[in-house]
Design a protein around this ligand. Sequence first.
Ligand code: BYC
Length: 471
Amino acid sequence: MSTVDLTAKIPNNVDLGQDKRLLRALEQWQPNYLGWWREMGPTDFQGKDCWLRTATSVDAEGWAHFDYVKMPDYRWGIFLADPLPDRRIGFGDAMGEAIWPVVPGEHRNTLRRLIVTQGDTEPASVEQQRMLGHSAPSLYDLRNLFQVNVEEGRHLWAMVYLLHSHFGRDGREEAEELLLRRSGNPDKPRILGAFNEPIDNWLDFFMFTMFTDRDGKYQLLALAESGFDPLSRTCRFMLTEEAHHMFVGESGIERVVERTAELMKLDRNGDARAQGGIDLKALQKFLNLWFALSLDLFGGEVSSNAASYFAAGLKGRAKEETYPDHQALGQTYRLPVPQDGALTEEDVPLRNAMNEVLRDEYVEDCQRGVDRWNKRLEEAGLGDRLRLPSKRFYRHIGIYTEMPFDPEGKLLTREAWEAGRNGWLPTAEDRAFVRTLMQPVREPGKIANWIARPARGIKGLPFEYEYVRLD
Ligand code: BYC
């Protein structure tokens, strides 16, 4: 087990103290990061004590320490999972060869691009969520928001460490750029689409942590297979933290569903909205939106980029060892391709369909979450069900881009799509209504009307615990 230096200015398990140049460069970046955090991190709560977990080791059992901390004092550090003995490249043309402890010259630009793209999402999500503290439905939820935020900050550190330690001056410049782009800013937007979308209420937030963070899980699993070992080790540890973020989303929506079902039963007309809750129709629309936006994050269905990442051993499939064949040559993926107003099945070389393979695994994982939500509806004796829309619905990247598919995946005329749109995606009125519900609840043990209490608190503490001290 690697030792963790927690006393250092930048906590780490990578012997940072031994590399003075790297340490100096990161220590120069640190105040810029803190400046960004103060400007773009959660508004107004920076001086409050929050009961947060901080990574203090990479031991699977006891890797985190829980205590009150003010967010700017959070110990953002650099943690890589321990190296695996005799690890070899597990797929592609270099299969079986030794992994790379440093960046091979021929893959330098591609790896830098992948790391920058991954790194860019982390501060972007913090920026998107910065106003939500003002409308948290409970102190428990407020604390979870801040936990997610500080850890996304740590994930930025993880990528910046790789840029500084392996990409020289280019890497340092990219690390600065990561602090300069801004979510939703037309002049200097974040790189990927979903990270420029507004998250202005807690329904967006829970859908984002359910669906968009889950894209993060699958991208990290794919990068954890990388032949570039420092990237693999970084991603493996990030996945440990990521699990909680998806829990926040999945259990958040589950609690909304539970409460909606209660309110529907309370109302004479089964109308949750009339009882100050979020109706299932609105939930379905937000689900449709965030699922589609998150599907885009996997890239095009047919991608020569994806094929070359796989061939070169840079990015594999999630849990590559579970596939029988790691070359993916001479195999095809059957894809419904739009042609002359209809869908035709085409066989695409498997390596070119790697984005789609990863997307399929992701969809299956999302479905498991939706099934759990539907179980709540079933237990409440309701016949309504939530559903994932088709992979073709409302896409902005890939072969289905801006084509009028309905949530069942049927190709419509443009007019029919426009006529259906307000029934499938959140309207300005839906958003305005959801916003009216977003009144903060700040008393320990209390919860907003539109969401159920969680089954348990954090780390054995009760829900009533004062997770954020606001006085
Ligand atoms: N928006 O060959 P294609 C997370 C670009 S989330 C805008 O289809 P490729 C997190 C693409 O760059 C995980 N542009 O795609 C979650 C390319 O540009 P060029 C983040 C897009 O390269 C919540 C062109 O379109 N991690 O961690 O196979 C909170 C054609 O590309 C988009 C990663 O993404 C888009 N959605 O795959 C916090 C992993 N999609 O070359 C954190 C690293 C594609 O024509 N990134 N484009 O200029 C990658 O592996 C790949 O870059 C992608 C795209 C999967 C994103």
